[in-house]
Design a protein around this ligand. Structure first.
Ligand code: C2E
Ligand code: CA
Ligand code: CA
Length: 713
């Protein structure tokens, strides 16, 4: 075997064992040799190899690759190319396409230098192509992902100290996409404020061979500042050399949003703080009194509730009320009133034990809540000290004024510590202290509640009685002292209670006055007695005068004059009985106007219960009432007491001197009648002559009297 031939066989064997099919063509003779592997890679069965013709070979090639394959072959054959290497697809015996890498070269030439023999290898690269495709697909997907999130990628070869940036990274950094980036492009772009932190983090990451995240600002060549997020991963290249791969993305928008969000958050927090402060102030104002700075009723209720919620607590409430505060306000003015309130607040604050709460709970009312309250003697001491301090005169702008306080105390223990009812209890005790004469303190006792409940019930009944028209009048005749003829009747109110029977004024008038119902009752009386009066007239019974009692509040009623004018009593006169304290020495527009217009309508004015108050001669001179009614107490004591008798004599004399008629009340016996006649009293009223009676009884009484008078004639 020639060396040449041997070499050929040797190489062929080597190539075949490496999986490469060998071909050997001689275009001069048309010989075409293919190795076993050449057939094998094409799926052709060994032993039945058929050497394809040129044409058959071309037809087995994928139409897209035919041009390349033919072109390369032609140029090799023509001697244009010394060697060829190309890839193409060829139909596998099983029908699918396979990729072949074809390499070939000319190996023999004729005398003209034209090649006629060619040798080459075909390699099945289908699997390489497939994995290339897979890589391409992954790469395409990655590319798509990176481009959709606008991420730029860089790769730093640590060993080579070379860096590569992709186009998007360059665009993020504002660098030209077609020029290579300088080695230090990143450092150069860093914002001076972030330079240190960013480069240090990068250095640490590199030294520790760890993945890391980084955020920093860059300044682009156009001066634009961008916020960059970066993620860096430490990897090894194919031959194990260390490389860093990083992605960068522009987070400026994100950053701006978060800055805006942060600013908004900060503003909101500031606004919240402002609102909170305003709310706290409002709450403070809502819970405190501006004049004294003390907590108010609301605050007290709040604290009380808190104490009530702790059943183990024993606590006391002192309810404090200023005595004569209204007078101070009226006489000295509101400035002094305010001063007095502040002064009281100071005293209370000063005297209470630690932990106690002082509150202003009303115009001139204060309350002290004492937690862990001491026993009654100790509380009494505290109350006494407060009363004593408040009784000290105070001077304000040269005015010395005196006032005082009354205190009601209620103590609650354990479960009974219901704040609300405790305050009510303290209030009841205060009411008692005031009633007992002010400047005192009083502890709540259970009986007070029962009594208060009874009063409440009575009050409700009075109100219902008014609505159900249960009030009516009885009449007590008045007589001429000399002739004992009837001069008039006094209307006296009664209440027909369905539960209690007929009630006297002493049973309900005080309460009615407290409830501001007295004026209404007076109004009812006036209406009823004038109706009765008209009835008597129709019966032909002449009653010369009808007297009605008028309460203080009724005297202040602006409608009084109009109602009086509209009464129309026909023949007969109306007389108003007023307590001296209610109108003498009273300077009130409405009261004066009411009295004036009553007199203008021909209504008489009488001073009731004269001699019990302090009516001055001067005021009598000024007002010139038509009649004085001497109080029963004076009449009662006239018999046994020389001075009382003298006093009576003087009253009658002065009255007559001023042209005022005198009526004696409460005349109970003949002896009194005789004495009063002797003293020159004008009229008499009392049980000795007639008791108060109903309208019907009065009619009988008047008829009997008339009959008596006629028969006497
Ligand atoms: P007053 O105006 O001084 O009326 C006289 C009271 O003395 C009447 O009591 C009468 O029943 C009673 N009385 C009359 N004669 C005698 C007597 O000889 N001995 C004794 N011990 N008492 C005698 P009453 O009806 O209980 O009235 C009590 C007070 O109630 C009245 O005192 C008056 O202040 C007031 N009042 C009565 N009715 C009315 C009314 O309609 N309006 C107002 N605002 N007050 C009235
Ligand atoms: Ca009277
Ligand atoms: Ca009287």
């Amino acid at each position: 075997m020639p060396t040449n031939e041997f070499n050929t066989i040797f190489w062929k064997a080597a190539l075949e064992s490496a999986g490469q099919g060998v071909w050997d063509y001689d275009i001069r003779t048309g010989r075409r040799d293919h190795s076993d592997v050449w057939h094998h890679i094409r799926g052709q069965e060994p032993g039945v190899y058929v050497t394809p013709s040129d044409q058959e070979w071309i037809e087995s090639i994928h139409p897209d690759d035919r041009k390349v394959a033919q072109d390369q072959t032609n140029r090799l054959n023509a001697g244009e190319l010394a060697e060829v290497a190309y890839e193409y697809r060829e139909r596998h015996a099983e029908g699918h396409w396979m990729w072949i890498m074809c390499r070939g070269r000319a190996v023999e030439w004729d005398a003209h230098g034209k090649p006629f023999r060619f040798v080459g290898t075909d390699t099945d690269i289908t699997r390489i192509k497939a994995s290339e495709d897979a890589v391409k697909a992954v790469s395409r997907r990655l590319e798509l992902a990176l481009s959709s999130v606008q991420m730029g990628v860089w790769r730093y070869d640590v060993t080579q100290d070379t860096i590569e940036w992709d186009a998007r990274l360059k665009s993020i950094y504002g660098l030209p996409e077609d020029a290579p980036v300088p080695r230090n492009a990143w450092e150069r772009a860093l914002h001076p404020d972030d330079y240190r932190s960013a480069t240090e983090a990068a250095r640490t990451g590199l030294a520790q061979k760890l993945d890391y995240d980084l955020s920093y600002r860059i300044i682009r060549p156009d001066g634009d500042v961008r916020f960059i997020h970066s993620r860096v991963s430490f990897q090894n290249d194919l031959i194990g050399g260390p490389i860093l791969v990083g992605i960068n993305w522009d987070a400026t928008g994100e950053h701006e949003r978060s800055v805006a969000l942060e600013t908004a958050n900060r503003l909101a927090a500031a606004r919240n703080a402002e609102l909170e402060a305003a709310r706290a102030e409002m709450e403070h104002n809502a819970l405190h009194d501006t004049l004294t700075g003390l907590p108010n009723r609301r605050k007290l209720d709040q604290v009380q509730r808190e104490h009530g919620a702790r059943p183990q607590g024993r606590f006391a409430i002192l309810h404090i009320d200023l005595d004569r505060f209204k007078q101070i306000n009226d006489v000295y003015g509101h400035d002094v009133g305010d001063f007095v309130l502040r002064n009281t607040a100071d005293i209370l604050r000063d005297c209470v034990p630690d932990g106690a709460l002082v509150a202003r709970v009303g115009g001139d009312e204060f309350a002290i809540l004492v937690p862990d309250a001491p026993d009654e003697p100790a509380l009494s001491l505290l109350a006494a000290r407060l009363i004593q301090r408040a009784a000290q005169p105070v001077t304000y702008l040269g005015n010395e004024c005196r006032y005082g306080i009354s205190i009601g105390i209620a103590v609650a223990e354990g479960d009974a510590a219901d704040g609300k009812s405790l305050f009510v209890n303290a209030d009841l005790a205060l009411y008692r202290a005031k009633n007992e004469g002010r400047g005192r303190f009083s502890f709540f006792r259970e009986a007070m509640r029962t009594q208060a409940m009874a009063v409440k019930q009575r009050a409700d009944e009075i109100l219902a009685g008014i609505e159900r028209d249960e009030f009516f009048c009885v009449y007590q005749p008045q007589f001429c002292a000399q002739t004992l003829r009837i001069t008039g009747v006094e209307a006296l109110v009664r209440w027909q209670s369905p539960r209690l029977g007929v009630m006297q004024p002493s049973d309900f008038l005080t309460l009615a006055e407290e409830m501001n119902l007295l004026a209404r009752i007076d109004q009812i009386v006036l209406r009823k007695c004038s109706a009765d009066f008209r009835l008597w007239a129709r019966e032909g019974l002449a009653v010369p005068r009808l007297s009605v009692n008028l309460s203080k509040s009724r005297l202040h009623d602006p409608n009084l004059a109009r109602e009086l004018a509209g009464l129309n009593l026909m023949e007969g006169r109306l007389s108003l009985e007023l307590l001296e304290s209610n109108f003498l020495d009273v300077e009130d527009e409405v009261v004066s106007a009411n009295i004036r217009s009553a007199r203008q309508s021909g209504i008489e004015i009488e001073v009731d219960d004269f001699g019990t108050g302090h009516a001055s001669i001067v005021s009598l001179l000024r007002l010139k009432p038509d009649r004085l009614k001497i109080d029963r107490a004076l009449v009662e004591h006239m018999e046994g007491s020389q001075t009382q008798a003298q006093l009576l004599t003087s009253i009658i004399e002065i009255g007559h001197l001023l042209g005022i008629s005198i009526t004696a009340e409460g005349v109970e016996n003949d002896r009194q009648i005789q004495m009063l006649q002797a003293l020159g009293c004008d009229e008499l009223q009392g049980y000795a002559l007639a008791r108060p009676m109903t309208s019907a009884d009065l009619i009988t009484f008047l008829r009997d009297r008339t009959r008596l008078a006629i028969s006497a004639e």
